[in-house]
Design a protein around this ligand. Sequence first.
Ligand SMILES: CC(=O)N[C@H]1[C@@H](O[C@@H]2[C@H](O)[C@H](O)[C@@H](O)[C@H](O)[C@H]2O)O[C@H](CO)[C@@H](O)[C@@H]1O
Ligand SMILES: [Zn+2]
Length: 294
Amino acid sequence: MTVLPARRLLLVHAHPDDESINNGATMAKYAAEGAHVTLVTCTLGEEGEVIPPALAHLAADRDDALGPHRIGELAAAMDALGVEDHRFLGGPGRYRDSGMMGAPQNDRPDCFWQADPDEAAGHLVAVVREVRPQVLVAYDTNGGYGHPDHIQAHRVAMRAVELAADPAFRPDLGEPHDIAKVYWNCVPRSAVEEGFARLRAAGRDSLFPGIATVDDVPGVVADAEVTAVVDGTPHAEAKAAAMRAHATQIAVDGPFFALSNDLGQPMFIHEHYRLVKGEAGADREDDLFAGVTA
Ligand SMILES: CC(=O)N[C@H]1[C@@H](O[C@@H]2[C@H](O)[C@H](O)[C@@H](O)[C@H](O)[C@H]2O)O[C@H](CO)[C@@H](O)[C@@H]1O
Ligand SMILES: [Zn+2]
C-alpha cells in the first residue's frame, strides 16, 4: 500500500500538450514542493496537425501514428515538470481524439466526443478513489475554447467529482472520496491584453508570422472572476521545456509560443483558476490548497 504525500492535486486534460499550456508552471511548483501531482489525459491527440515537416508522415491521414508519438512527447513534458503520475483515461488509446468541432472525426464511434459520459467518468472515479486528491483542476463548461474533447473532458471530470463521492456508485472502485476544491482553468482579460501587448512590442523579433487574438486564448474571464493565481516564475523554464517537448503541436520562442496555426501568443507564467467547488482560503488565493484541512 503506497502512502501518498499529504497534498494531492489531480488535473484532467483532453490532449497531450494541454497540461503544459494551461498548468505547466502549477504542476512543476507542486511537484517540486513534494505534493503528489496526477495528470489524466483523455486522448492521445491522434488527430492533431504536425508542425515539423520531418514528422508530417505521422498525421492521421498518412501513417496515423501521431497518437503513439504524442505519448512520448507527454512523457518528456512530464520529465521537464517533475511529474511522475500521468495516465490516459481508460488506458492509452481507449478514447480517440475527436478532431475540431464539426470535423467528420467527431462522428467516429471510438472518439471521446462519442463516449458515454458515465462510462468515461467511471475510469476517472477509479483514479480519484485511488489518489484521493484534495484539489481537482479541469476546464470550464466550454472546454476553454469549444473543442469537443475539451468540452467532454469538462463533463467527465465534473461527473466524476459527483460519482466518486457517492457511496452507492461502484463500491468495487474503492472507498468514496469527496474532492474538497475544484477549479476551472481561466485567464483574466487584463493578463491576456498585457501578454499580447508584449508580443506586439516584440514585433519582428518574434519567430511567428502572425499574432493570435484574445479570442484564441482559452478561458478568458473578467478579472473579478479569478479566485487563485499561481505565480510560476520559479518554474518558467520548466514550463517552456514542457511545451517544447510537445514539438508536433507547439513552437516556443522565448516567452511566446504558437500552435500549428503559426499565430504567436503569450506564454502565461502566472496561471489562473476559478474555484467552482469548495471554500476559497483567501480573497485572492496564491495556493490551490489554501483552506484544505484534510
Ligand atoms: C491546444 C489543443 O487543444 N490542441 C488540439 C487541437 O489542435 C488544433 C487543431 O489542430 C487546429 O486545427 C489547428 O489550427 C490548431 O493550431 C491546433 O492547435 O485539436 C487537435 C485535433 O483535435 C488536437 O490533437 C490538439 O491537441
Ligand atoms: Zn487540447
